[in-house]
Every structure is written in C-alpha cells, then in structure tokens.
Design a protein around this ligand. Structure first.
Ligand SMILES: O=C(O)CCC(=O)C(=O)O
Length: 278
C-alpha cells in the first residue's frame, strides 16, 4: 500500500489521516474475531464508569488476556510497514489495543481527551490505528482536533461524569483542565477545527494519541459501532512520567508498570515486552 507524501504531511501537521483500503477482508475478519474474543474475555479493569448513563460504552484498554493473540496478529497486518512509511521510522513496535463498543443507537459522544494524559508517552512516533467493522457516516465517526497533537497537554477526562466531559482525571493542577469542546462547538461551529471521515470497513483512521479526540455518538441511522484501536510507536518515542496524584497512573501509567519503572524521563521508549514489527 503506497503511502503518499500528502498522507505523511497530513499525519505530521494535522495529527490524523485516513488510510483508505488499508485492511483487506482477511485482515478485517481476523481483527473482528480478536475484538469479539476480547468482549467475551474482558480484562479485570474493563470500564464500567458510564454504565447506565447516556454515554454507556463497553471500553477495555490493554487486555493482557489478549496480548499474545494480538502480538501475533500484528505480524500479519500491514501496520509495521504502514507506520514505517508514514513516520520515516526505521523500527516500529506494537504497544497494545483498546476496544470501544457502542450499541443500540443510544450511546452519546465519548469525552474529548488525549491518550497521553494517562499514558507515559512523548515523541512524534506514536500512532493509533482506529478500525471499525461497520460502515460509519462522518457524523458518527471519530473526531480529532486538527494539529492538537503538537499542542499542550491537558488534564485527562475522568470518563466518570455523563454531565461534564471535562471532569478531570487528576485535578491536581499539573495540567490545565480540558476545554469544553462540545459546548464551544454548539455556540460557534468554527471554534475548533474538527477532522473526521466516513468509514468503509477496511479504511483506518491513523491518529497521534496526543491529539484531542473523541468518538461521536451513535444514533438511529448508525446504531452500532464496534471499534478496535491498536497502538504503535517508532524510533522517536520517549518515556515521560505522569502525575503522582492518582494511584492508578502515578509515574508509570496503568499498564506494563514494572517495565515502565525501569525507564527515566526522556529515555527511548523501549522494552522487550513490546513486539517489534519491523
Ligand atoms: O472510538 C472511540 O469512541 C474513541 C477512540 C479513542 O479514544 C482512541 O482511539 O483512543
């Protein structure tokens, strides 16, 4: 799959790009099997914070029960080569997955956030590949604030308040509170520069995880969205520490804590726990 200079430029400048026809039918079916397996075998920390609210979504981040399967699957998917070309990185590693299941046409938009609020990452070579298995109209798709991956780090979204999507993860003053992007957009649609794309299964949205992003709601016209997000890093990826105030995230983030504890701020983000793809 040849990557054009305009796609490289878009990822670098906008923080996100659509890669059309990235996955073939066999890739998609392997990915969908992996997602269904992960739903049937949730991790102990599967997210329940918004159950019973208008934002109910099944979210499971970095399910270690699925790690071996997914590490092997990544060797059969085109992401190693894709990110090598998009970034111009000699090496590409696979980090882990996250799944988002919205069903019944009722789940509202996911809070805007940056993944780097709760993951100890710095550098240019980080990428989420956002894969959905249903056709998704633009209005129900992932939304990204153009260029925000080169902007400031905001506090995270707690994902615990259906009423206030800016409810902070730390709230300790380390990072400024998230802006209320939905409210701003309702008042002035030009207040934020929002990128999103309609998806035909096989298309993949690639985004830098420091980008402000959030999933738009599902609705009667698009009642179901099953999404597998797989995360990658390359040569220009460093470890950075997280605020100490929240015990789940203190210094090392919530995942691979022992491996992260061995890294110092600014160290290249490397550990044998992550599968090298190229
Ligand atoms: O699919 C969604 O609703 C959100 C996706 C997301 O937060 C991510 O890709 O990190």
């Amino acid at each position: 799959m040849p990557i054009s200079q305009s796609q490289r430029d878009a990822l670098y400048h906008d923080g996100a790009v659509l890669i059309e026809n990235c996955l073939n039918e066999s890739h998609l079916s392997e990915c969908y099997d992996a997602l269904k397996w992960a739903v049937a075998n949730p991790s102990p920390s599967v997210f329940r914070g918004l159950d019973g609210t208008a934002l109910q979504t099944h979210i499971d981040n970095c399910n270690l029960l699925a790690k071996d399967k997914l590490d092997d699957l990544m060797m059969r998917l085109p992401f190693g080569k894709l990110f090598q070309e998009l970034w111009g990185s000699e090496h590409v590693w696979y980090y882990a997955e996250e799944i988002f299941i919205k069903e019944g046409g009722k789940s509202g938009r996911g809070p805007w956030h940056q993944d780097t609020a709760n993951l100890p990452w710095a550098g240019e070579h980080w990428g989420n590949a956002w894969i959905t298995f249903q056709p998704i109209p633009k209005q129900n798709s992932l939304e990204i604030i153009r260029g925000s991956h080169h902007g400031i780090q905001y506090d995270g979204a707690s994902f615990m308040s259906a009423d206030d999507p800016t409810d902070p993860l730390y709230g300790d003053g380390t990072y400024p509170r998230l802006p209320h992007i939905d409210r701003d957009l309702a008042e002035n649609p030009a207040s934020w520069d929002v990128l999103s794309w309609a998806i035909t299964p096989g298309d993949v949205v690639v985004l830098h995880p420091h980008s402000l992003h959030g999933g738009a709601p599902v609705d009667a016209n698009c009642p179901t969205r099953h999404t597998l997000v797989v995360r990658f890093f390359g040569d220009d990826a460093q470890f950075r520490t997280l605020p100490e105030s929240h015990p789940r995230y203190a210094r090392n983030g919530p995942f691979f804590k022992e491996e992260m504890a061995k890294l110092n701020p600014g160290d290249p983000f490397r550990s044998p726990v992550f599968r090298q793809l190229v």
